[in-house]
Design a protein around this ligand. Structure first.
Ligand code: ATP
Length: 614
């Protein structure tokens, strides 16, 4: 035995390693999910007890039936009384069954709500680097499909499994008490079935997982296509997308059918083996009856118990596959839960800890950075940049120079590889992340509005803000007038991505959002698309109001808008190569900024970042 154990360990160290580890670990992980039952353990135990009682009541049926047959053969008057007993058992069984079905559903569903919430909390607190590795559609599919698998298992499979176990064990015990010989015949198929169930179960699980992955792939395609529907149509690529989707479906179908074939073969075998054993039992029982070894009643009882036992064994195979599938699903959900988030999901329920308001001094000190997805490509190579409280700092420079990356580091979406970011003199890493981001606001290039009303969209800047505060912010953002011009005013719903509002209007909603948030540090990612001059004027005025008293970083694409910045930092090739006021930079002979402004001056309003770097 020890030798065998060593042998199998050797196997694991070799080719078998990943699979062996998956098996043991995934089971442990699946069991780990049972901690979600803990808060409702009392009800769970009560449900189990009811299930146990219900199964015992079921087991009393064949016994009563056998007695009735014997009474009938003996022409006894007790038949009616036995029938009454059976009705009584039926009623009790119905009551108990109602209780345990409801209890398992309630316990299971409540635990799942907690699980879903935890998984979602984990998902949204994962760092940006995680989202760069995964596709959003795949994650969404994983969340829904895997959790549905787990749900089915918790609510239906596990109770069924327990019930069938009791029926099997009880049935075997009761028939063994009648005739050991018949019991042995009936159970002869059991070992073969068990071995087969394990082998088939493993393969089914692998194939089921593959099918789930393929399904997730197709979900990703749908999601990507719908998100970029404008592009799909503009490029007239509907056919291409359809082909891509069809190909995904074809792969999913192939995996599903492979699983179905395997299962069909297995089920056919199980049915054959089980009915075979029933026939065998009936035949031997009939002969025993002929030789006077047992009574009619005993044979009846025996046959009924045999159907119980056979039914339970047949169900086991099915239940086992279902549990295998759920274990696969659990494994992926737990993988997600194991990822380290940048925030503690538990902290999300409570308000962010109060953080004294920043003065707004920001300093990048020799910051080097590469994205985790491409660690070999240095994006920032020693950025040093200082912003005094209340200063407006414009970042300009050629496309791909690293401007947005500097902003991403400021928001602490990523951490510098080396160097430091200080806020108010303290290392940014020493602030709680939520507290730090709580004092920053960003008006992005492409404003994404959430499905909901305009008021709700503005309130996103400070959830819980009242209508008067929302309106005041909208007025400052020059958005009040256009909002009021809609028949429903602030209660106007905006579509999935805010399609009903123009680009300029969306920007003003985003500005109102930022005003409501009242951040110490503000980030403006200037829109590249030109707006009409009226809209532009309104936005510019709103931004001026917003920038007052805050340290502002402006990622600028047009030099015209940065002239009045307190400081212009020219970013080129991952470094700040020049920094100063417009006048100071203009005065630099051979300066990058001077060259860029000359270009703009000559060619009209070309975005500066379309010009190539030196
Ligand atoms: P633009 O003005 O065109 O927006 P930018 O100056 O803001 O350009 P960044 O977006 O900071 O430039 O990009 C700097 C470099 O980092 C580019 O070479 C880009 O390819 C790379 N980069 C940006 N985002 C990522 C990412 N998530 N993963 C890997 N590389 C990235």
């Amino acid at each position: 035995m020890p030798r065998m154990a060593r042998h199998s360990r050797n196997d694991r160290a070799g080719i078998e390693l990943p699979k062996a580890r998956v098996d043991r670990e995934s089971l442990r992980e699946a069991l780990g999910l049972f901690r979600y039952l803990r808060p409702r353990f009392g009800r769970f135990v009560a449900a189990m007890a009811a299930l146990f009682v219900g199964s015992l009541l079921s087991l009393s049926f064949p016994f009563l039936a056998g007695r009735m047959v014997d009474e009938a053969v003996a022409r006894s008057g007790a038949v009616d009384r036995t029938a009454l007993w059976m009705v009584g058992v039926l009623v009790a069984q119905a009551g108990v069954s109602f209780f345990h079905s409801l209890s398992f559903a309630s316990v299971g569903q409540r635990s799942l709500v907690d699980l879903r919430r935890d998984v979602y909390a984990r998902l949204i607190t994962l760092p940006m680097a995680f989202f760069a590795r995964r596709r959003v559609g795949e994650l969404a599919s994983r969340l829904s499909a895997d959790l549905i698998q787990i749900e089915d298992t918790l609510i239906a499979t596990v109770p069924q499994f327990l019930r069938q176990t009791i029926l099997l064990a009880g049935g075997v015990a009761l028939i063994a008490a009648t005739s050991l010989q018949l019991t042995a015949i009936m159970l002869s198929s059991l070992p073969v079935l068990t071995v087969l169930a394990v082998v088939f179960g493993r393969r089914t699980r692998r194939i089921a997982r593959e099918a789930q992955d393929r399904l997730a792939d197709t979900a990703t395609i749908v999601e990507e296509t719908l998100q970029g529907i404008l592009n799909v149509k503009a490029f007239a690529n509907e056919g291409y997308e359809l082909d891509r989707y069809h190909e995904g479906l074809r792969r999913f179908l192939a995996a599903t059918l492979r699983g179905a074939r395997l299962r069909a073969g297995f089920i056919a075998f199980v049915v054959f083996a089980l009915f075979g054993s029933v026939v065998l039992v009936l035949w031997s029982g009939a002969r025993l009856l002929q030789s006077g070894g047992i009574t009619f009643g005993q044979l009846t009882r025996f046959l009924l118990y045999t159907t119980f036992v056979a039914g339970a064994m047949g169900q086991f195979a099915e239940l086992y596959t279902q549990i295998q599938k759920a274990v696969g699903a659990t494994q992926r959900v737990r993988e997600l839960q194991r990822e380290t988030g940048e925030l503690d999901p538990a902290s999300l329920a409570s308000a962010a800890p109060a953080q004294p308001r920043f003065r707004g001094e920001v300093a990048f000190e020799d910051v080097h950075f590469a994205y985790p997805s491409r660690p070999e490509a240095a994006v920032l190579r020693g950025v040093s940049l200082h912003a005094a409280p209340g200063e407006k700092v414009a970042l300009v420079g050629p496309s791909g120079a690293g401007k947005s990356t500097i902003i991403a580091l400021l928001l602490r979406l990523y951490e510098p590889v080396s160097g430091r970011l200080r806020i108010d003199g303290m290392d940014a890493r020493d602030y709680p992340l939520a507290g730090l981001r709580g004092q920053m606001a960003m008006v992005p290039q492409e404003v994404l509005l959430f499905g909901g009303t305009i008021a709700e969209n503005i309130a996103y800047g400070r959830p819980g803000a009242n209508r008067a505060e929302i309106e005041a912010a909208a007025r400052k953002a020059n958005a009040h007038a256009f909002i009021e011009s809609f028949p429903k005013g602030y209660d106007t719903p905006v579509g999935d991505r805010g399609i009903q509002l123009s680009g300029g209007q969306r920007q003003r909603v985003a500005i109102a959002r930022a005003i409501l948030k009242d951040p110490a540090i503000l980030i403006l990612d200037e829109a590249t698309s030109a707006l009409d001059s009226e809209s532009e004027g309104l936005i510019q005025a709103a931004l001026e109001t917003l920038m007052q008293g805050r340290t502002t970083f402006i990622v600028a694409h047009r030099l015209a808008t940065v002239r009045h910045a307190d400081k212009i930092a020219v970013v080129s090739d991952g470094r700040v190569v020049e920094s100063g006021t417009h006048a100071e930079l203009q005065a630099l002979e051979d300066g990058v900024y001077r060259r860029l402004s000359a270009l703009q001056f000559r060619d009209g309003p070309v975005p500066v970042d379309s010009a190539q770097g030196p």
